[in-house]
Design a protein around this ligand. Sequence first.
Ligand SMILES: *Cc1c(COP(=O)(O)O)cnc(C)c1O
Length: 396
Amino acid sequence: MTSLPRKDLFDLPPGVIYLDGNSLGPLPRAAGARAARVLQDEWGTQLIRAWNSAGWMDLPARVGNRIAGLIGAAPGSVATGDTLSIKVYQALDAALKMRPERKVILSDSGNFPTDLYMAQGLIDTMGRGHRIVTPASQDVVSAITDDVAVVMLTQVDYRTGRVHDMQAVTEAAHAAGAVMIWDLAHSAGAIPVDLTASAAEFAVGCTYKYLNGGPGAPAFIYARPDVIDGVAPALAGWMGHAEPFAMARDYTPAMSTERLRVGTPPVIQLSILDAALDAFDGLSMDDIRAASVALSDRFIAEVERRCPMLRLVSPRDAGQRGSQVSFAHEQGYAAIQALIAQGVIGDFRPPDIMRFGITPLYLDEADIVAAAERIEAVFRDETWRAPEFNVRSRVT
Ligand SMILES: *Cc1c(COP(=O)(O)O)cnc(C)c1O
């Protein structure tokens, strides 16, 4: 039961080597049947009764508990719904309210843009003179001064795959009196995470990357159980109310992380995510991690041996790397397009980064070697020069 990969659980097109599960996980075979059941047997047949009879009302918390198991969080501490951008906003608002006298949000210059945009939008709305400070990732700890209200970091850098030391950074934040928020977008389902041990107050993440929940799948938010009672939600929606169907005039927050829910849950997407999470059953994140490190090390060795013109931008030390490997090349965009045309799907991030997600649930060593061979061919034969590979699409 614990063996990897589990390719038969995924519906990958023949001939494709999928190295983009860090951006959008592939279709789990169980998703279609589950979605069809929700549409036909539940929505189609039970209609509105399905909120009770098909357990739709319990689904957000049930799926939250399954995610909790993958990120070292206690049952009941993870709520699902909305998008990661929304969850960042909620966590940051809650954290800033815990340190009203402090005015600095400390992040890093490599953070994913939406996290910083949402932070800027929130502090503009608050209008209380907060500012965002973004040093280079290696300088974050030394920048945690006693005016920092919140340290908000994405654990695994989306471009390079560099990992922040969750334990050490959280301890440094707490030692300076700051609140800690971790964005686990590239961690959940990718690397072992122990939120409880970290003692971080909040964490957020999405489920369409390594958790394979599908495009637009709901996000999640974690709050440390001893802080949730003090959280006055920024987005006080009725689904976060203690009794949504009491239809009370005034808002009373639910007594758990459920208060960080906002509106009606996306039942179809949540059901698909629930089915997708079955792929993790019977596996520990340590099993997945060990396989990821072996595949990533092999990928780096194969690509470096075959393609001296590529520069590794991910940490060479597996201990500092998430579950992706990135190489830089000035023709990276066109090279990725040429690779995709040959069935090796990775992606590109400006200015010159070719990203390859290493996902042991559906990749094995033969895939890794075959991908490296095709990368070698793209550069050896300069296939990237073809005009069609040099046209930029909206999504890169
Ligand atoms: C993927 C990702 C997002 C995306 O946010 P959405 O609201 O789901 O579009 C945000 N932050 C980080 C760090 C990400 O990696």
